[in-house]
Design a protein around this ligand. Structure first.
Ligand code: UFG
Length: 326
């Protein structure tokens, strides 16, 4: 494997994948329509601007480069927006993946690593969540990701395209060496919002509910460093390259932290006050989401190395050096 196509490589997680692949000596081609991504984030890769739903664009790309494997990050990922505009999500997320699989089939590319999500589980049956647990998304975003996982499964049997689907829990952190990080507009994720509050860009951080059945009443999530996520994708590609069979894996740390714990840790790391105000619950938030990462450890040999302190310190490094993003 020499040349990897990273679809959505100008986005938050995709750009961290690009940085890791380049560091490890791969040639990296990025396909991104820049609708939510930033060209500056795909530094060092061969960036081709276009939409995955444009089959002529993909044909040009697979003809220009001899692609050995694909990693597909390209998707819309705002849960709330997906509830308001589900067809936008089906069109882009499912449509883009259909088009990508068809192009891979046309051009004889047989390995894909797909970015899935903990949202495929919906309201979990138990903690920590295992890959065999019930998948019943509670929003269209999670539904589109689950639909793509199923499409991948059937495509393996029909077109011999093997896949690994990686179900991310809460991605955070940055790459302080390369100088890339999280820059969403609008931003909805807890850690960047807490740090924007530390920078004085927001008056306070809202805590969405403090009456959940958790130790301090606020929601518990499993935060995973974006660099650890990228490492897992590389292991997944190598696994497929060695003939590994198609499968899905959780990517989380296995540890849970509450919203209040995140804010407290950020206060310590930034030295800022970070005013917080309890607000009503946000619709659709499960009280606890914690991954079992046993399967990724056993089969892919993945072990997350960066804990919450590093996640927040690296995110702070990015936000304090790039207060207005890219
Ligand atoms: N939260 C707040 N205040 C905020 C923002 C978030 O209290 O201003 C809370 C949320 O209620 C939640 C926690 O912080 O309890 C984390 O929220 P995020 O929005 O950062 O992340 P989510 O856990 O909601 O979402 C993540 C991924 C999604 C994925 C989802 C699966 O970012 O892509 O997990 O449930 F769909």
């Amino acid at each position: 494997m020499k040349t990897i196509l990273v679809a959505g490589g100008a986005g938050y997680i995709g750009s961290h994948m690009v940085a890791l692949l380049l560091e490890r000596g791969y040639e990296v081609v990025v396909a991104d329509n820049l609708s939510t991504g930033h060209w500056q984030a795909a530094k060092g890769a061969k960036l081709r601007v276009g939409d995955l739903r444009d089959s002529a664009f993909l044909d040009r790309l697979f003809t220009e480069f001899k692609i050995d494997g694909v990693i597909n990050f390209a998707a819309f990922s705002l849960v709330g927006e997906s509830v308001k505009n589900p067809l936008k999500y089906y069109d882009n997320n499912v449509g883009g993946s259909i088009s990508m699989l068809k192009a891979m089939d046309r051009h004889g590319v047989d390995k894909i690593v797909f970015s899935s999500t903990a949202a495929v589980y919906g309201e979990p049956e138990k903690q920590p969540i295992e890959e065999t647990d019930r998948t019943e998304p509670t929003n269209p975003y999670g539904e589109t990701k689950l639909a793509i996982e199923k499409m991948l499964k059937w495509s393996d049997g029909a077109y011999d395209i093997r896949y690994v689907a990686l179900r991310y829990f809460n991605a955070a952190g940055s790459n302080t060496e390369v100088g890339i990080g999280e820059d969403h507009s609008p931003e909805s994720h807890l850690i960047p919002l807490v740090l924007k509050t530390a920078l004085g860009q927001r008056s306070h951080i809202g805590i969405f509910g403090d009456d959940y059945p958790t130790p301090d009443g606020t929601c518990v999530r499993d935060y995973i460093h974006v660099r650890d996520l990228a490492e897992a994708h590389l292991l997944a590609l190598e696994y497929l390259d060695k003939g590994g069979k198609s499968d899905a894996f959780n990517l989380g740390s296995g540890d849970g932290y509450s919203v209040k714990e995140i804010i407290d840790t950020a206060r310590k790391i930034t030295g800022k006050e970070i005013p917080a105000i309890v607000e009503p619950r946000r619709d659709g938030d499960p009280s606890v989401l914690i991954a079992s990462n046993k399967k990724a450890g056993e089969i892919l040999g993945w072990k997350p190395l960066r804990g919450l302190q590093t996640i927040i310190a690296d995110a702070w490094n990015w936000h304090s050096n790039h207060p207005n993003g890219y």
